[in-house]
Write a protein that binds this ligand. Sequence first.
Ligand SMILES: N[C@@H](CCC[C@H](N)C(=O)O)C(=O)O
Length: 295
Amino acid sequence: MNALAHRRFLKMNGLGNQITVLDLRGTKLRVGESDARAIAAEPRARFDQLMVLHDAKTPGTDAFVRIYNTDGSEAGACGNGTRCVAWAMLADPMMGDASKTVLTLQTKAGLLPARRDSDLVFTVDMGAPRLAWDEIPLAEPFHDTAHFELQIGPIDDPILHTPCAVNMGNPHAVFFVDDPYRFNLAQIGPLLENHPIFPDRANIELAAVTAPDHIVLRVWERGAGITQACGSGACAALVAAVRRELSARKAVVSLPGGDLTIEWRESDDHVLMTGPVEFEWEGTLAPELFETAAR
Ligand SMILES: N[C@@H](CCC[C@H](N)C(=O)O)C(=O)O
């Protein structure tokens, strides 16, 4: 039997971004790509991102977190998922430590300190954006990653040819448009995500700056498709808007699932994301899940 069978999971969401939290601390268990895909296919455990907690690897951190997309691929950061994990580790009756209000998670992209602001609202320090072409990464050495030319045959709308690239623990390409809702994101998302200029693929953002402190955003997520919200995408959109001199360093980013407040702090270059979480239910992983996936 798959060793993950019968493990408890928490089903949560951050602004409708579907998050499942699985606590494997104190074990040597690991989630493989096919395990992640099997869990994503289970209606009660279904996720856009699976946040898997492992024992901390570094002194001063509370857990090492591996992040999986629905296609089984791994991501370096997940803003909405980090808020959900923070809730689980601070407030869940089984695994939470209610005496604490702050914690630091480590992912393969770095450290993510999180703070509980109120019952269901958390702020995550998403770190400093990485902006050099080879850090995003891009396949070609563009000097100005804030404004580079992207040729894409089947898409003839010139507005979709000049993105701003930002790495927020994962690669993002932000396209500034008049109205994100006028585009067929399901059609253009996969074409842009898999464009050869993005060797690690990319999350695709359509952003409209409606005021210096307000951005309307839709996201096509690498490995997960259209989601109701993407925390790192909201951070990338704000950073891109500042780089293009379109917005202030602090703004509300409105996604289909709701609003995040994002600040790109001048003092240390870090990006702070504040938003809510919602606990939906808990369950245990059924053994049949993995048997079906193995066939
Ligand atoms: N929804 C997330 C981002 C998840 C990772 C992304 N799909 C990737 O593979 O880079 C968020 O809230 O940041």
